[in-house]
Unconditional design. Structure first.
Length: 227
């Protein structure tokens, strides 16, 4: 009996504190990037997701040591039983970050970052620090530098001759803008920023006259067109 008890893994208080601190710090690091870009889920949300995932992982693996070591009965336990539910549960939080506005869908990247933050928290809770740190670095790279690099590469490949970007004042309806366009619309995308609505249009024909006309509208902040 003493041999069976001795092989049951335990975790000291300092180690628990260290794992939780690492999870919180890495989650906050991802949240900073989301906070800078004014996304719905920022520092606190990502920190809490990573921290909660780490704690659930620790509880799942080490939280029932006294019960298992009591010797009152033979108990077989799966140390991943609670942690496995994080993968399913985080999906509900991620779905809440996804917002559909007309033809535009926002929040997919934030939902993905929350999902990765949960995985990072689980890795930190399991003591797999190097994997948690590497994943955090790669996630921040994907959210920031990779986004800029991909945008520049794709912008060179995608045909822009018939695409125009119009920035409207906050919450201004789209109808008046569409009424000013006589050309057939091939593509319409809408996104929201802090104080403006960005409309991307792909038309059958765009010229300087149309760009100048749209720029003179009172509700238009800016017009961008790459010739």
């Amino acid at each position: 009996m003493h041999l069976a008890i001795s092989v049951i893994p335990t975790l000291g208080d300092l180690e628990v504190l260290g794992r939780l601190a690492v999870a919180a710090a890495l989650g906050a690091a991802i949240g900073i990037e989301r906070e800078i870009r004014d996304r719905e889920a920022g520092i606190r949300t990502h920190l809490l997701v990573a921290l909660g995932s780490a704690l659930f992982t620790i509880i799942s693996a080490y939280g029932f040591h006294e019960f298992l070591a009591s010797g009152d009965a033979v108990v077989r336990a799966d140390p991943t039983r609670i942690a496995a539910q994080i993968v399913t549960g985080i999906g509900f939080l991620g779905a809440g970050a996804i917002i559909r506005e007309g033809l535009s869908v926002r929040g997919l990247t934030t939902a993905g970052s929350l999902w990765v933050s949960a995985a990072i928290g689980m890795a930190a809770g399991a003591g797999w620090y190097w994997a948690a740190i590497v994943t955090t670095v790669l996630t921040i790279f994907a959210l920031w530098p990779l986004r800029l690099i991909a945008y520049r590469i794709i912008a060179r490949i995608k045909p822009e001759d018939h695409r125009i970007l119009v920035e409207l004042k906050d919450a201004h309806p789209l109808g008046p803008l569409l009424g000013e366009l006589n050309e057939d619309i091939r593509l319409l995308e809408i996104s929201e920023e802090l104080d403006r609505r960005i409309v991307t249009l792909e038309l059958t024909h765009i010229d300087e006259g149309l760009v100048a006309h749209l720029s003179d509208l009172d509700y238009v902040i800016a017009v961008r067109w790459r010739r």
